[in-house]
Structure formats: C-alpha cells, structure tokens
Design a protein around this ligand. Sequence first.
Ligand code: AMP
Ligand code: GLY
Length: 428
Amino acid sequence: MNILVTGSGGREHALAWKIAQSPLLDRLYIAPGNGGTKDSATSVALDVTDHAAVISFCVEKDIDLVVIGPEAPLVDGLADSLELAEIPTFGPTSTGAQLEGSKGFTKDICAQYNIPTAAYGRFDNANAAKAYVRDQGAPIVIKADGLAAGKGVILADSVDEACIAIDTMFAGAFGDAGTQVVVEAMMIGEEASFFAICDGENALELATAQDHKTVGEGDTGPNTGGMGAYSPAPVMTSEIRERVMTDIIMPTVKAMKDLGQPYRGVFFAGLMITVEGPKLIEYNCRFGDPECQVLMTRMKSDLVPLLLGAAKGDITGMSVSWHDNHALTVVMAAKGYPDAYDKGTLIKNIEAAEKSDSIKIFHAGTKFEAGEVLATGGRVLNVTATGQSVTEAQQKAYRAVDKITWHEGFCRRDIGWRAIEREKKAQE
Ligand code: AMP
Ligand code: GLY
C-alpha cells in the first residue's frame, strides 16, 4: 500500500522510519519531511493548507492512507476534507481536534462525562475571570483557550499574578487563542503522558512517556516544545494505566461518538498523577514530539495495521507489542532556542554517532544539501537510545550526542533525571 505522512519534525521522521519497516508498504511519501526522512520516504512539496492539492496528490499516487503528524492541519480540518474524498486518514476531524484546539471544549467534556481533571471556570471577559480567581484564591492556573504553541499556560502563585495573566491574555498576548480563558485549580503530583489509539468506537492502549518541557537543566527556564523524553514512564503502574483507560480515555471516546464525531487517531493525554489518582491536564490530538520518537523505537508490532485500522474505523482484535526496554531521546537544539537562533549551520558526524543498533537519530529542523546536513530549525536532532534501564539508555544517548560535531547546537545533559533517581533508589 501507499502512504502519505504530513509534517517535518522529529515525530514525522520517527513515524516514517517505523512505517517504512512494514511489509505492507509499497511507497511512502512525506510532505515535506526533513533532512533525515530520505532514509524512509520520498519528500514531496505539498501545501497541506491546500486540501484540494493534497486530495489530488493522493488520487494521483494511489494513496491508501494519510497520516497527519502535527495538530495545525487537524484543527484546520484536513482530515474532514480527506474523509469527504474517501481517503482513509489517521487523525481526527476538526471537531475531534478541538480536544487540543480548545481547552474549554475539553474541560466541558470532562465535566459532562465525569472525567477526573482540575476544577475550572471558562470565561470570555476579564472581569468575570478575575472575580472567579479572587473567589478561588492562589495558586491557580490561567490558560488561553486556543492553540498557543505550549506557551498559553500561566501557573500563578498569587491572585495578583493571576489577574495580570488574565489581562495579558484578553489584551491579545496569544492572539485569537486568548479570546477565551480557562481558569483552573492547581494540581499537585508527577506528570506523565499516556497514548492510546482510537478507531471511533474502541481504544487500544499504546504506551507511556515523560518529557522535559523547559530549556534548562533541572527543569528550569522557559518552556519549549520538549527537550527530551523517555518511555515507559515509571510512575505509570498498571493500576494507574487501567484507571486512565477506564476513567479518562473511554469516556472521551464516548463523548466524541455522542457528538457525532467518532475520533480516529491517537489520544495523547497529559496527566497529573495525584494522590487521588490520575487526572487529565490536557489532550493533544496527535503523537507527542519528542514522545513519538521513544514510542516508535520501542514498538515491536507493525504500526501500519494500527494506523489503517484506526483510520478505517476498526481496530477490533488488534494488539500492540513492545520491546522490553527503555528508550530515551535527547533533543539537540540550535543555541538561542526557544528564542532567536542561527539557521543554516553545519552538522557533522551524524552517521558515526548512529553506528549502533541501539541508537537512532531522528531529524527535526534539518535539511540535506550537497551531501551535508544543515540546521534549519530550533529543535534539530533527536538522539534516541535504548537500554535495559533509563540509566543505560541515557548513557548511550549522550555518548552518541558527544560524537556529533555541531558548534552552534546544545542539549540538556539531564534528560531522564527523575527516572534515573528512581532507579538509583531502587538499587539502594
Ligand atoms: P497544558 O498546555 O495544558 O499541558 O499545560 C502546560 C503545563 O502546565 C503542563 O504540562 C503542566 O506542567 C502545567 N499545568 C497545566 N495545568 C495545570 C494544573 N491544573 N495544575 C498544575 N499544573 C498544570
Ligand atoms: N512534547 C509535547 C508535545 O508534543 O506537545
């Protein structure tokens, strides 16, 4: 069969790499891909906001499945257009993508379907939001409703700070994303991510991961798209995973079905593991980046039947198996990221760093030009290693990082620290 993946990040490189291993595959295209995806797929220059162009491409190339990588085309309704054209698509419709695209939409579903999450209020004007904050007290969390590239969440320690955040959001700091604001209670616990694939009716648990969102070591500094991740997340015991499926994922599947919008794609649930159990922080309607890189590295089963089953609305009887190991990915980013950074800088020795079965380097912001790899984005490489423990996977990943020559790049040196501390304690 022929498959088209859309996107250009490390997530899409990982998806393409895994799909390319499927015996079911004939041809794999990626739009647009990056400097590393040529190992698995043919790059095509398609404008994914031009739905008609994507459909024409699929017809011309006899595409049997489209896998939409990032959230923006999902929120923009690319899956709706492809569904109308009867092209099987992995990724929810624009209504399903509202689970990520509107925090208020998700919170209302949680309230209606009794899904554990933080208590909240949803507001379209500053005065009402501030009155709610004064009533609830601090600490409290202020969120722009819409997509804000992970930046629209303020954890406020005082009522004053919360009120300033509310004013900033309504003043347009996050553009249209802030025309509505969600105010919610601060949850305390350890964060983890949970992934499940859904065909509209049924959901199948995939795996768990934890990431490091901030740019600085010790989880300090400004937020980024993610500076590293590992899988599985040690905090996610089988009992917690079962509760997540029953109390969070399955009620969401029902909610989307009840809305007449069966969800076909992946649920990426951001969770807080509190003393009362797992609670939903947020949903994303696509795989995480860099979480996808560690998931794909650990996945033993063929990914293609799962993606196709979800797209066609039938994953009944399917299962997924995993390598019994740990995977960890270190993001190498351009110096300056998440603020301004140089582009077009030269990276060398990637192949040398990858010369081991337990290392895979996924590209993100790179391009391949005249035989050289150049950095073109903020997050640039995902150096991914597997090992029998997080400690071992981390050692291997940094050994590979150190073989790469890229003077204009940097990475955090402490990816996986929480899991490694746990492993140390368990040995004591
Ligand atoms: P979100 O974009 O909703 O995932 O929020 C970004 C980050 O803010 C999360 O990963 C959490 O670290 C934090 N966060 C969001 N909501 C809450 C909450 N209600 N309580 C505590 N932390 C939160
Ligand atoms: N790494 C977090 C995300 O993909 O949203």
